[in-house]
Design a protein. Structure first.
Length: 153
C-alpha cells in the first residue's frame, strides 16, 4: 500500500463535472449552455473542477448554480450519464469529467466563470454542434444525449 506522500506526488488527471441541464423556457424545452469567460472560450455545458469534500453530484449541482443561477435536480447521482477521459479533450491538460443530466429550475443568470448563460432550443443546440461551436468534447456528449432523447421522454 503506497504512503500518502507517494500518492500526493502522483501526476494524475484533474477531475471535473459537467451537466446537461434540461430547461423549459416559455414552453420550449431545451438545454442551458454557458459562454466561457476563461480559456478555452466557447459555449459549453455548465461545469468545473471537482472540489474536495463534495460528491460528484454535489459538485455538479454547485457548478450549475455558480455558472447559471439555476438549482438542479440530478436524474441519478449514482449513475452519471457518461464519463470522458481522453487526454486531449481539454487544451489546459488531462481532465476526466463525470457528466450528469439534470432538470434546471429558476431564472438563468450568468455568474462565476460564465460570461453568459442561456437557454437553447434543441434545434439551436443541433446547429451549434453542426457548426462546431462547443468547447471541449461537449458537442459529442450532447449528441449522445440527443440520440437517446426519444427513449427518455
Amino acid at each position: 500500500m503506497p504512503k500518502i506522500e507517494e500518492i500526493q506526488s502522483y501526476r494524475n488527471p484533474f477531475p471535473t463535472t459537467d451537466v446537461i441541464v434540461e430547461y423549459n423556457l416559455n414552453g420550449v424545452e431545451g438545454l442551458v449552455l454557458v459562454d466561457r469567460k476563461n480559456v478555452p472560450h466557447g459555449k459549453a455545458l455548465p461545469g468545473g473542477f471537482h472540489d474536495l469534500g463534495l460528491s460528484a453530484g454535489q459538485n455538479a449541482a454547485k457548478e450549475v448554480l455558480e455558472e447559471t443561477g439555476l438549482e438542479v435536480i440530478i436524474e441519478d447521482e449514482n449513475h452519471p450519464f457518461c464519463t470522458r477521459s481522453r487526454p486531449d479533450r481539454d487544451i489546459r491538460g488531462h481532465m476526466i469529467t463525470v457528466v450528469y443530466v439534470a432538470r434546471g429550475y429558476g431564472t438563468i443568470k450568468a455568474g462565476s466563470d460564465a460570461m453568459n448563460a442561456a437557454h437553447y432550443s434543441i434545434a439551436d443546440v443541433r446547429e451549434l454542434i453542426a457548426n462546431n461551436e462547443l468547447a471541449f468534447d461537449h458537442g459529442s456528449i450532447i449528441e449522445e444525449y440527443l440520440g437517446g432523447l426519444n427513449e427518455r421522454i
